[in-house]
Design a protein around this ligand. Sequence first.
Ligand SMILES: C[S@@+](CC[C@H](N)C(=O)[O-])C[C@H]1O[C@@H](n2cnc3c(N)ncnc32)[C@H](O)[C@@H]1O
Length: 184
Amino acid sequence: MTLRWVSTGLVAVSALMAQNSVIKQPINRMAPSVPSPQNVVEKMLEAAKLKAGETVYDLGSGDGRVLITAAQLFGAKAVGIEISPKEVQASQERIKTLKLDNRIQVIEGDMMTADISGADVVTLYLLTASNDILRPHLEKSLKPGTRVVCHDYPIRGWNPVAVEEIDAHRRPHKIYVYEIRAKK
Ligand SMILES: C[S@@+](CC[C@H](N)C(=O)[O-])C[C@H]1O[C@@H](n2cnc3c(N)ncnc32)[C@H](O)[C@@H]1O
C-alpha cells in the first residue's frame, strides 16, 4: 500500500462518505485488498507465538491466507471478518476445497462491529489511520493476554512487545506484536 493509494483512497472514501450521508448506508473501508506475502503471514503468526488449538481472528481476511496458514501450519482455529462479498466467497470456496471448513469460519461483516472477544491472536494489515479507528474496539473487546499482530502499520499509542522485520517482494516488511494487558 503506497502513499499514492492513501491519498487517492482518502479522496474516494470521502466521496463515498459524502454519498453515504445521502443514501444512509454504512461504508467502512479500512484498507484495500492487498494480501500479505506468504512469508510475512508465517512470520506474523510465529511472532504472535500462536499455539495449536488457539483461535486467530484476521480482521479484513481478504483471500483467507492468514486463516489457512494458521490452520495448516499451526493447528489453530481461525475466524476471518471480511467486508467484501467477493473476497468472502472466494476464500470460503478455497477453505472448503482444502477441507478446512471445520476449523475456519469467514464472516461477511465490518470489523468495527464484529464480535472478536473469542480471539487469542488478532492479525491486521490495515493503514495506521484505520488502526486508530479500530483501537477502541480492540481495547473494549479483547481479553487480557490476547496478542495483536500488525503488518507494516503500527497501532499508535500502544507499545509493542516485539518488532520484527522480514524481506518480501524486494522490500523490508515490519511486524509489530502487542499484548493486551489486564485492566487496572
Ligand atoms: C490489506 S488487505 C489484508 C488481507 C489479509 N488480512 C492479509 O494480510 O493478507 C485488507 C482487507 O480488509 C478488508 N476490509 C476493509 N475494510 C474492512 C472492514 N471495515 N471490515 C472488514 N474487512 C474490511 C478489505 O476488503 C481487504 O480484504
